[in-house]
Design a protein around this ligand. Structure first.
Ligand code: F0G
Length: 488
C-alpha cells in the first residue's frame, strides 16, 4: 500500500519545523488578562487550573480532550445528522467507520471514555481483589476499577520512569512480569489485561506493536482478554511508523488494524481519538457484546446513541476515517517534539523522548526545592499560568487518589502537562510558551508549594481547592514586572 497521505518537506535552512498541511478558516479571538487579574483568578479557582474559566485563559493547554480542531468535513457531516431515538442513520455511519478503521463489527456508543470504563468495570470486576494488570493507569480507569472493588498492577519497564530517556517505547508492558503476575494471582482472578495506547500519565508514551503482540501471546496462553484503551491510538500508531523499524513502510491503516486486531475489546474517548465528543466500545466477539449490551441503555442511552448527540456521532464517524491521515495525526506530536527540543536545549527538564498529547515538564526536577507533600507539579501549573496566562494541567500527586486507608499516595512523576491539541495553536504561540517557560525556569526558586483547603473524596484533582503556602505568587509577580515592564 502506498503512503499517499504522508508528506515529507525539508527546509533549505535545515531547520526542523512542523509545517501545517491545513489552513485556518474559522478563528476564535483570545485574550491575555493582566497578571494582577491572573492572580485573582488563581485565588478564585483554588490554585487549580481546572477551575479557571476560559475568560481568564490565553492559551488553553489544559487538555486535548474535546478541544482538537475539527475539519470542514466533520462540521459539514454534522449538518446531515439523523435525529432519532432509535435506529438513527448517523449511528450506522459510525458503526461502519468503526468497522472499516478499527476492524470491529460490534459497536456500543457511550457518552465519553470514562463511561466505557464504568461499563467494563461493572461487567467484569466480579469480586473484591480482582486484579487488572496494565501498562499504566489512567485516573478515570483506576477510579472505576477501584469503585467496583478491583485492584491494579502496573507493569511498565523501569526505563519508563526515567524521565529523560531515549527509549522509543516507554509505554511497553513488561511481559515477563505479566506472566509472573498471572501465575501468582491466578488467571481466574484477572478479569482482563488493559493496555493503554500512548500511556497518558507518564508523558504520552507509546507502546510498540511487537510489545502488544507479546502481551497477546501471553494472554492467549492463559485464556485472558486484552482490553485496549484506544483514546490516543492514532498518535501511538503514527509513532510506531516513526520509531519501529519493522513498520517504517507500513500505512496508518495497516498499523491501526493490527493493533486493534490484537485486542478483544477496544474502547476510547472520542474527545481524543476522533476529534469529536463521545466514546465507544467495540469488539468482534458476540459473547462480549451481549455481556455489555444491557449496560448501555441503563447508564448511557439507547443503543444507537449512547448519550451522544447525533451531530457528534456524525463528526465521530468522519474523525475515525481522518485518523488514518498522517498529515492530520502528525500535527500534535510534531509540535510537541518542536517544543520539547527547544526547551530541553535551554535546560528545562522535560519528559523525553517527546510523546503525544502534550509537552511534559518534570516538576520534581524543576521545583526540586518543593517537597512532594506540597505538590510541586500543581505549584508549577499555577505559577506558569500566573506568568503567562497559559493553562496547563497538573499530572502528579494531586491527580493521584488516596489509598484505602486514606493515606496520600505520591505519584511516580510530578509533571506539568502542556497539551497541544491537533491543529489549534500556531508556531508563534508555541514560541511564546517556550519563552515564558524558560523565564520561569530561570526564576524557578521563587515558586513555592501548595496545600489543600478543600479535598473532594473522588477524582480530587478536578474540583479540589488549594492555597499557596507563602506569599510566593506576589514575589513572582514582582520579578515578572521587573523583567517584563508593561508587557503582559
Ligand atoms: N483513557 C485515556 C487514556 C484518557 O486520556 C482519557 C481522558 C480517558 C480514558 C477518559 O476519557 O475524558 O472521555 O471520559 N483523558 C483526558 C485528558 C481527560 O485530559 O487527558 P473521557
Amino acid at each position: 500500500m502506498s503512503k499517499d497521505n504522508a508528506v515529507k518537506i525539508r527546509f533549505h535552512s535545515g531547520e526542523n519545523i512542523p509545517l501545517e498541511m491545513h489552513k485556518v478558516r474559522v478563528v476564535q479571538k483570545l485574550h491575555l488578562p493582566p497578571i494582577e487579574r491572573r492572580l485573582e483568578a488563581l485565588h478564585e479557582g483554588g490554585f487549580n487550573t481546572f477551575r479557571l474559566t476560559t475568560q481568564d485563559v490565553f492559551l488553553d493547554m489544559l487538555t486535548d480532550s474535546g478541544t482538537n480542531a475539527m475539519s470542514d468535513m466533520q462540521l459539514s457531516a454534522m449538518m446531515h445528522a439523523d435525529d432519532a431515538y432509535a435506529g438513527s442513520q448517523s449511528f450506522f455511519r459510525l458503526q461502519r467507520a468503526a468497522e472499516e478503521v478499527l476492524k470491529k463489527k460490534y459497536f456500543l456508543p457511550v457518552h465519553q471514555g470514562r463511561a466505557a470504563e464504568n461499563v467494563l468495570a461493572k461487567a467484569y470486576i466480579k469480586k473484591k481483589g480482582d486484579l487488572i494488570p496494565m501498562n499504566y493507569h489512567f485516573t478515570t480507569a483506576l477510579a472505576h476499577i477501584t469503585q467496583y472493588g478491583g485492584r491494579i498492577v502496573e507493569l511498565l519497564y523501569d526505563e519508563a520512569y526515567n524521565i529523560a530517556s531515549s527509549h522509543p517505547f516507554k509505554g511497553n508492558m513488561q511481559v515477563e512480569k505479566l506472566e509472573a503476575v498471572i501465575r501468582a494471582h491466578g488467571r481466574d482472578n484477572i478479569p482482563f489485561i488493559r493496555m493503554e495506547a500512548s500511556t497518558n500519565l507518564i508523558g504520552g508514551q507509546p507502546f510498540s506493536l511487537q510489545n502488544l503482540r507479546d502481551v497477546r501471546q501471553i494472554a492467549d496462553r492463559y485464556g485472558l482478554r486484552v482490553v485496549l484503551d484506544a483514546s490516543l491510538l492514532g498518535e501511538n500508531a503514527w509513532l510506531i511508523l516513526q520509531r519501529e523499524p519493522a513498520f517504517a513502510h507500513a500505512t496508518m491503516a495497516e498499523v491501526i488494524a493490527e493493533i486493534t486486531g490484537l485486542a478483544d475489546i477496544v474502547y476510547f474517548s472520542a474527545r481524543k481519538l476522533s476529534s469529536s465528543r463521545g466514546g465507544g466500545i467495540c469488539t468482534n466477539d458476540l459473547t462480549i457484546y451481549r455481556e455489555l449490551e444491557a449496560l448501555i441503555p441503563l447508564f448511557e442511552g439507547f443503543l444507537t446513541y449512547g448519550g451522544i448527540s447525533v451531530r457528534e456521532i456524525e463528526a465521530m464517524a468522519v474523525g475515525l476515517y481522518e485518523t488514518l491521515d498522517e498529515t492530520m495525526i502528525c500535527q500534535s506530536p510534531q509540535f510537541i517534539a518542536y517544543l520539547v527540543h527547544a526547551l530541553t536545549a535551554k535546560g528545562v527538564p522535560m519528559v523525553t523522548p517527546p510523546g503525544v498529547l502534550g509537552a511534559h515538564v518534570d516538576a520534581m526536577s524543576m521545583c526540586a526545592h518543593i517537597p512532594q507533600t506540597q505538590y510541586p507539579a500543581g505549584a508549577l501549573a499555577a505559577a506558569f499560568y500566573l506568568i503567562s496566562g497559559v493553562r496547563g494541567m497538573e499530572r502528579g500527586s494531586i491527580s493521584n487518589q488516596r489509598d484505602e486507608d486514606g493515606n496520600e499516595t505520591y505519584a511516580d512523576m510530578e509533571l506539568l502537562r502542556l497539551a497541544i491539541p491537533r491543529r489549534v495553536f500556531t508556531l508563534s504561540q508555541i514560541k511564546y510558551v517556550e519563552d515564558r517557560l524558560v523565564w520561569l525556569y530561570e526564576n524557578r526558586r521563587r515558586i513555592g508549594g501548595l496545600k489543600f483547603v478543600y479535598e473532594p473524596p473522588v477524582l480530587r484533582f478536578f474540583m479540589g481547592g488549594l492555597a499557596p503556602v507563602s506569599d510566593w505568587p506576589e514575589q513572582l509577580i514582582a520579578q515578572f514586572k521587573a523583567d517584563f515592564g508593561d508587557s503582559r
